[in-house]
Design a binder for this molecule. Structure first.
Ligand code: CO8
Length: 257
């Protein structure tokens, strides 16, 4: 791995992936995205990992797709590179993924953060879809995920003007989960991750899948999907353990079985 660093046990049951192209503000070139995909797939299969945190550094989460790598490309080059299949695979990660964002989360960087399940930000974080200023538009889900997260008016403004928004505003309009001082953003992401690690990993996976289904299905289909996953929870030992622990007034010990 050249452009990312992996710490499989950054905290108990929590893995950390750090984007590591600091001189280019973590611009997302093809290799970085492939490495990220491979890392996520590897950690998704690692039973000692229950939650994954993706971060950059204090100055930048990621300042977008690598503009230098794209500048001379034709539409056919882009089509044949098929880079979005990598993004599609990232989206399929089964374990919860938390973006810990400080500094720039722009273009593909903002889209990557939105591809994660939750976003914890430092108060220095800025979010934006500035592609319009480059004569293009978001291509890795920005027009869809941003609109679903913050609504049409705000998304339209960000996408059509390329303006950045601050972390407090991003929190206010529902793009991110929380804002903390810069020295705490990674700790805060770990804290959130740790809360989830205490739950049944099977129930967490089924619940994540069900929440995401809200973006794919009609209400009727989504409710049906949720119900099936709810029933499936009752096939797990963790359901027995969780409910028994409640009855016995003790903390549950979930095994992911
Ligand atoms: N691509 C390549 N290099 C970059 C990028 C980028 N997106 N962003 C910054 N860099 C490089 C700069 O070129 C510079 O390199 P060098 O030191 O060699 O000149 C270095 O990082 C530091 O950047 P700056 O000197 O510009 O730092 P500033 O603090 O002055 O400015 C900014 C920071 C405002 C973030 C500025 O760098 C900037 O505007 N960057 C571009 C932001 C942008 O337009 N992002 C969108 C890119 S397009 C996109 O993301 C499309 C996504 C859809 C497809 C996804 C497929 C992967």
């Amino acid at each position: 791995m050249e452009f990312i660093r992996i710490t499989p046990q950054a905290h108990p049951y929590v893995a950390l992936i750090q984007l590591n192209r600091p001189n280019e503000l973590n611009a997302l070139n093809l290799q970085l995205m492939r490495e990220l995909r491979d890392a996520l797939q590897q950690l998704d299969h690692d039973t000692a990992v229950r939650v994954i945190v993706i971060t950059g550094n204090e100055r930048a989460f990621a300042a977008g797709a690598d503009i230098r790598q794209m500048a001379e490309k034709s539409a056919v080059d882009m089509l044949q590179a098929d880079q979005f299949s990598t993004w599609d695979q990232i989206r399929k990660t089964k374990k919860p993924v938390i973006a810990a964002v400080s500094g720039f989360a722009l273009g593909g960087g903002c889209e990557l953060a939105m591809t994660c399940d939750m976003i914890v930000a430092s108060e220095t974080a800025v979010f934006g879809q500035p592609e319009i200023k480059l004569g293009v538009m978001p291509g890795a889900g920005g027009t869809q995920r941003l609109t679903r997260a913050i609504g049409k008016a705000k998304a339209m403004e960000m996408v059509l003007t390329g303006k950045f928004i601050s972390a407090p505003e991003a929190e206010r309009i529902g793009l991110i989960n929380r804002v903390v001082p810069v020295e705490l953003y990674l700790d805060e992401a770990f804290k959130l991750a740790s809360e989830i690690t205490k739950m049944s990993p099977v129930a967490v996976q089924l619940a994540k899948e069900s929440v995401n289904q809200a973006f794919e299905a009609t209400l009727h289909e989504g409710l049906y999907f949720e119900r099936k996953n709810f029933y499936l929870c009752f096939a797990t030992e963790d359901q027995k353990e969780g409910m028994q622990a409640f009855v016995e007034k003790r903390a549950p010990n979930f095994q992911g079985k």
